[in-house]
Design a protein. Structure first.
Length: 320
């Protein structure tokens, strides 16, 4: 594609031979008044994902930018590099097993961002579907929200990746420390909200597949909660204290919510399993709180241009 596109679509895929064609075609079907580039990071899948992408590239010459990895980078490194190749003013995200259902999705999101220059990005509800595309009767988020702030995201990840569009100026790059996280999309939203809130559009314009091969939905509840706790800790280590303390409040809210739901968990499964889920999580939270209190309270942060600019709160270089 000649010239600079207004929107880049960042697609990451691995072992999605059953789903990738639907995902790519849903992007190709977008109707916009501006140029769009589609950057696809294919992470050396052992199945036919790359072959399908190459066939689509031949069928739609010049529409796709394929990054066909010779070696598997891993989900976070693949996402980070694919995002870095995106040249647009705005970047929309799509994973290879999800797809869009409204041909005007990109146009509506760009129009909304043009109308709200204070927004760092925007999102919309996504329908949860089975592998065959049959609706599960659930949307995320289930209700309309006011513009979402950093503090809101600290309490709940209300943004489905396949619905997200951000300004590249708000997230110029994905920091290398995001590779340490089990849920990079949440960190990207947090980064964006340091520059402004994320607006929510009411229309449901994407589908999120729930299937055994899904990176997040295939994990147990315990693994998800532990992943969130690790993410809170890692993100906090790379932010000035003003963000760290807000993350601590969010983590405390998450842990307390689990405690409130303890009776529900005990009634729905065995009490022993409830304890097995809850005890490590609460212990991790208390240990994290104790260590952070020792290391953070009372420290002053050296001013930095951006809290995600690759430096610690104390001004030292972030780990590379």
């Amino acid at each position: 594609m000649s010239g600079v596109p207004r929107v880049s679509v960042c697609v990451i895929t691995y072992r999605h031979e059953r789903f990738i064609e639907r995902a790519i075609r849903s992007v190709l079907e977008q109707e916009t008044s501006f140029p769009v580039e589609i950057v696809v990071g294919e992470d050396a899948s052992p199945d036919c994902t790359a072959n399908i992408l190459q066939r689509l590239d031949r069928q739609f010459p010049g529409r796709l930018t394929l990054l066909l990895r010779e070696d598997n980078l891993g989900m976070q490194r693949n996402a980070r590099d694919t995002f870095a190749r995106c040249r647009g003013e705005f970047v929309a995200f799509l994973e290879g097993d999800d797809y869009w259902i409204d041909p005007h999705k990109l146009q509506q999101q760009v129009d909304a961002l043009d109308q709200h220059p204070d927004w760092s990005g925007c999102f919309h509800p996504a329908e949860y579907v089975k592998p065959n595309g049959k609706p599960l009767g659930q949307r995320h988020p289930p209700t309309h929200l006011e513009p979402v702030t950093f503090d809101d995201l600290c309490r709940q990840n209300c943004v489905q990746t396949c619905s997200l569009m951000v300004r590249k100026a708000a997230v110029p790059n994905i920091p290398d420390w995001v590779q340490l996280l089990p849920i990079a999309d949440w960190a990207i939203c947090l980064i964006a909200t340091t520059r402004g809130p994320l607006g929510m559009l009411p229309q449901c314009m994407a589908c999120y597949r729930v299937h055994p091969g899904g990176v997040w939905t295939s994990q147990s509840h315990r693994s998800r909660f532990e992943g969130f706790l690790r993410a809170y800790t890692t993100i906090a280590e790379h932010l000035p204290p003003e963000y760290t303390l807000r993350l601590m409040r969010g983590q405390r809210y998450c842990a307390e919510t689990i405690l409130i739901d303890r009776d529900t968990i005990a009634n729905s499964v065995s009490y022993r399993l409830g304890n097995a889920i809850l005890s490590p999580i609460i212990w991790c939270y208390r240990e994290w709180q104790r260590h952070r209190a020792i290391g953070i309270i009372g420290q002053a942060a050296t001013p930095v241009e951006s809290p995600f600019g690759g430096r610690h709160a104390n001004g030292s270089n972030a780990k590379r």
